[in-house]
Ligand binder design. Structure first.
Ligand code: GLY
Length: 418
């Protein structure tokens, strides 16, 4: 009897606690606490590294038989990245400022500062952002949109000054040198087998162009962004609104080829690519009010919700990957999707379903299955992303852009609670 009373008292105590706490505060507070801790630790630890100042992911290896099972075809042996030696495997992988991911760590620091008000995070955000100053003149890639918008773009929002505006405009100017009016798109890459490759990821670089037009008063950046987005609607999507990864154009603007680079095969739906598409068309609608962009974002978002195969909705690395125990997830695709869907929920007539899906993604990413424990995970916030499985690269690892879009989604989510 005594035991039963004790149990009853414990149950009442739990009940009281549960009533007094808002569960939402609990999981969001915990996630922000972990993120701020991880990012601050990492920023402090890396103080001495100048050639490779940014954390990118951890070094991963692969087993060819596993890759074959994932691809359900032969591996292209020539495209595999070397397996890192034992001295690197499982350790933190750093990168230099010309790496396409170099803007995400400074951007994450900005979001962590915004979410916590911690001045130490702000100081680190300024320090890491300033390292990217030379990138405004980097000509060989479309990725300068990611690099500068995520770092300097957030700096402008949170600590505006004229120098930052100039960096954004100058970067937009550099990016627009990669635009071909006959094709109507910005060229993504300067490597590979293609005549004029444009990847779906390139939609993410348009945010910078819209900002540059607002800052400079010159509409040319915005016009190029709109042209790129319209051309991409025409050529990148299949009838079911899944998208190809790489479209290459002939000089006259006709399509040369439709391929993948990081997905399972040319006809599959690479998970992060679908997320880039949802995010890209949502931002284009936000900036232009053009109905076609909203329709495209809605179609892609509905497609994502119907294609996902996992119980927790954190997708496998490709929506067409085999649904098996060993198939790696891509938490970064989930984070980008969550952020995109939160914005889309404010723009679409039937926005609640996107909000609900984003909330589910955020809660699941914030569970112990994906969110690191403080002091673990080499200082990254999320676990279980996949960079490029067909290359044997970054498989089931923390990656800096998963952290960035997770924090951005968090900021959007918390703003919407107000
Ligand atoms: N933009 C390259 C990637 O998403 O992996």
């Amino acid at each position: 009897m005594k035991k039963n009373l004790t149990l009853l008292a414990a149950a009442i105590a739990i009940g009281v606690t549960a009533c007094n706490e808002t569960p939402q505060e609990k999981w969001t507070d915990h996630a922000i606490d972990v993120a701020a801790y991880q990012l601050k630790q990492t920023a402090t630890e890396l103080t001495d590294s100048t050639a490779m100042p940014m954390p990118r992911c951890t070094w991963t290896g692969y087993d060819i038989a596993f890759l074959q099972r994932q691809l359900e075809s032969e591996v292209n042996i020539d495209s595999l990245h070397p397996v890192p030696g034992p001295e690197r495997l499982g350790k933190r992988r750093l990168c230099g400022i010309v790496d396409w991911t170099s803007g995400f760590f400074p951007g994450s620091l900005w979001y962590a500062y915004e979410l916590t008000g911690d001045e130490a995070l702000r100081e680190q955000a300024v320090r890491y952002t300033n390292l990217l100053y030379p990138i405004r003149q980097l000509k060989g890639t479309h990725d300068i949109g990611f690099m500068i918008n995520c770092s300097y773009g957030n700096a402008l929002r949170l600590a505006p000054n004229d120098t930052i505006s100039k960096v954004l405009i100058e970067t937009a100017e550099t990016l627009c040198q990669r635009f071909d009016p006959k094709i109507g798109c910005i060229r993504s890459w300067d490597f590979g087998k293609w005549n004029y490759p444009v990847i779906i990821d390139n939609m993410m670089n348009l945010d910078l162009l819209f900002s540059a037009s607002k800052l400079s008063g010159d509409t040319k950046y915005r016009d190029i962004a709109i042209s790129h987005a319209r051309t991409t609607i025409k050529n990148h999507f299949r009838p079911d609104y899944t998208c190809y990864h790489v479209i290459s154009y002939n000089p006259d603007g006709t399509v040369e080829s439709r391929n993948t680079h990081q997905g399972k095969n040319d006809d599959s739906s690479w998970s992060r690519g679908q997320a880039w598409a949802a995010y890209g068309y949502t931002l284009c609608y936000r900036e232009t009010n053009e109905a076609d962009f909203l329709q495209q974002a809605i179609h892609v978002a509905d497609m994502i919700m119907s294609q996902v195969q996992t119980n927790d909705s954190i997708p496998y690395w490709d929506y067409d990957a085999p649904a098996t125990e060993e198939t790696p997830r891509d938490a970064s695709a989930a984070a980008v999707t969550a952020s995109a869907f939160l914005e889309l929920s404010t723009l679409a007539p039937d926005g609640q379903k996107y909000y609900n899906y984003a909330e589910r993604l955020l809660k699941n990413l914030s569970s112990k299955n994906y969110l690191a424990e403080k002091g673990s995970n080499h200082g990254y916030v999320l676990m279980h992303s996949t960079g490029s499985l067909p290359h044997g690269s970054e498989i089931d690892t923390p990656i800096n852009y998963a952290d960035y879009y997770y924090l951005e989604a968090f900021k959007r989510y918390l703003d919407m609670q107000k």
